[in-house]
Design a protein around this ligand. Sequence first.
Ligand code: ZN
Length: 365
Amino acid sequence: MWEFREGGNEKGNIKHLDLVLIDQKGDAIYAEIPPDVIPILKPQLCEKLIIFIGKFVVEKAKPGYKVVQNPYMLRLNRRTTIAKSNAHDLEFPKYTFSLTPIEILPQFVKNKERFLDVLGKITAVSNPAVVRNTVGDIMMRRIIKLQDLRGNTIDLSLSGMQVLEFDGDAVLKIGEKNHIIAIFVGTLMKQYKDGTQFLSGTSACCWYINENDVPAIKAFQRSLPLDATAVEKIDLPNEDQTHVAFEEKNLLQLNDIDPFTQKGERYQCTVTIIGIPDKQLWCYRACRTCSAKMISTSDGFQCTKDGGCPSKQFEWKYKIPFIVADNTFSLEFMMFERRATELIGKSAETLRKYNDPDIIPSDIS
Ligand SMILES: [Zn+2]
């Protein structure tokens, strides 16, 4: 059970509470609880609980970020009933995962179709550290190194609350003399600007460590020599939080930047918002899988992502133009979903219900 927040960020508004349910036969399904129902249902739920559940809706699974392989998903609602079962937990499987070998992980970089589940031996763990992410936000991070039986390795990066939930001290202590074999589920392959690839623990991420009732973990343990090399401690430095992350530029200097040769560079500038341009759209149809623009075709909507994307479903997201000025120049900027939601306090989906895309709602102006 985990919360999915706007922008995948802990500070974002909660979009839904997510569950994975497993039945007695071991079949698993993803279930989603919308924000208005969370206060009613969440207090009745916790992980590992065995429940009877009634009055829910079965839908086609969403096209992206699949947690389990199942063509369908459940949507819970305010009429959903939940009752505790007396069944013994031994009758129910406790885990569901579909392992991806470490050596083929690179082909999943930027792939948002499904989450990845990975098995490996933990060879190193970092301390929790406060760092700045690629968007410039301050966040907690912990790095864990995983290695397969052939010696292939991958760095896994945990962020947010999961940094502290992962008991790094225990892993280091027990790992002095023992092999630590872990399965991490709910991860995504990502790439830093310098090309380094890593696994990112999402809010859906959880882990099973040295669980002897997981055959894959047991088999991995048996394939290793009896003597274990100690788990190494990585020293991850805390970033100086008073440090200015980006170079300051005025608008005239920003206007001189060549977007072809200097693409992806980041600066900061201090400006005044002087207006919103007329006759422009404030939102767009975003692909539910990759957030690219969706266009209308003869058979429904189609995603315009380079290289293709099979998704047919869209949601409204912000793309708000605004004009800013300082004492050197004035420029048009664009604000996208995450920042706009933080500022406005409502989702684009909500505002779209009462406003046309070509008329700026009063909540924005
Ligand atoms: Zn797409």
